[in-house]
Design a protein around this ligand. Structure first.
Ligand code: CP
Length: 301
């Protein structure tokens, strides 16, 4: 296992499969044994961007493993507000902690932190680039829901241009036999460097492809990534999925969403058999327990 978790592109297919096996092992460990895995260790969670799931699941995971948590959820409460650089922040935090979990609005920031730090650095999302631990929990959720990662038809809908969860997951899926469909307005298509890794169909019409999908991965339009608010307004309400749109789907059809959602996925879908986005939320804890344990050189067994 890699010391730093920066990009899913640093993983091979074998790395992903063996990681998921470790997650299944971690899920079987009783709480009292789990609490010894990172006893006396300290995890620094540095969130320069808002987060609910990633930060709280990392903190929960660290505490479940017996570690203590330090950090901030608003960079304005740190000396970054006084002009301190990311490099000096990382050099300082590593004096106090055994792991750094970092979310930052700038692409490449986690890689820079890993180059500076002597301790494991875990990317909790860097701009529109990568969100590797979200990808690992997405893959674990798919494996649990379907019993496999191959031979699936997966559609991605929404902001495929800026969504780091989509970028990471699509990059990982190139290792598996997946039929991919990308559904978005033309202004929000997948960046060329990602679509060049993998073959897939592009469309703006969900209904024309929905009945063949096993899984639909929905994402929010990432308002905060648009340089121009006028461009955001043009695509703001491009799509919204509710129960009435799900007629004719496969019997084992599923919907995933990394969350948060805004108005692209109606609450009436939540109680259907299709919704597994809160399974993703739950799975985030055991996946991040495994990430921390393995980055710290500990196996789940
Ligand atoms: N999925 C995800 O990254 O959610 P948060 O932004 O709430 O961490």
């Amino acid at each position: 296992m890699l010391k730093d978790i920066i990009s899913i592109n640093d993983f091979t297919r074998e790395d992903i499969i063996s990681f998921l096996q470790e997650v299944f092992r971690m899920s079987e460990i009783p709480p009292e044994k789990k609490a010894k895995i990172l006893k006396q260790k300290r995890v620094a969670c540095l969130f320069f961007e808002p987060s609910t799931r990633t930060r709280l699941s990392f903190e929960t995971a660290a505490q479940n493993l017996g570690a203590r948590v330090i950090g901030f959820s608003q960079s304005q409460s740190s000396s970054v507000a006084k002009g301190e650089s990311l490099i000096d922040t990382i050099k300082t935090v590593q004096c106090y902690a055994d792991f750094i979990v970092i979310r930052h609005p700038l692409m490449g920031s986690a890689r820079l932190a890993a180059e500076v730090a002597d301790i494991p650095v875990i990317n909790a999302g860097d701009g529109a680039n990568q969100h590797p631990t979200q990808t690992l929990l997405d893959l674990y959720t798919i494996q649990k829901a379907f019993g496999r990662l191959d031979n699936l038809c997966i559609g991605f809908i929404g902001d495929l241009k800026y969504s780091r969860t989509v970028h990471s997951l699509v990059s990982a899926l190139r290792y598996f036999k997946i039929n991919l469909t990308f559904i978005s307005p033309s202004a929000l298509r997948l960046p060329k460097h990602i679509i060049s890794q993998i073959s897939g169909q592009e469309t703006d019409d969900l209904q024309s492809v929905l009945s063949k999908l096993d899984l639909l991965y929905v994402t929010r339009i990432q308002k905060e990534r648009f340089a121009d608010p006028i461009e955001y307004k043009k695509v703001q309400s491009s799509y919204s999925i509710s129960i009435k749109d799900l007629v004719g789907v496969k019997s084992n059809f599923k919907i995933m969403h990394p969350l948060p959602r805004v108005d692209e996925l109606s609450y009436d879908v939540d109680e259907t058999q299709y919704a597994i986005y809160f399974d993703q939320v739950i799975n985030g804890v055991v996946v991040r327990e495994t990430v921390l344990a393995l980055s710290g050189g500990q196996n789940a067994t």
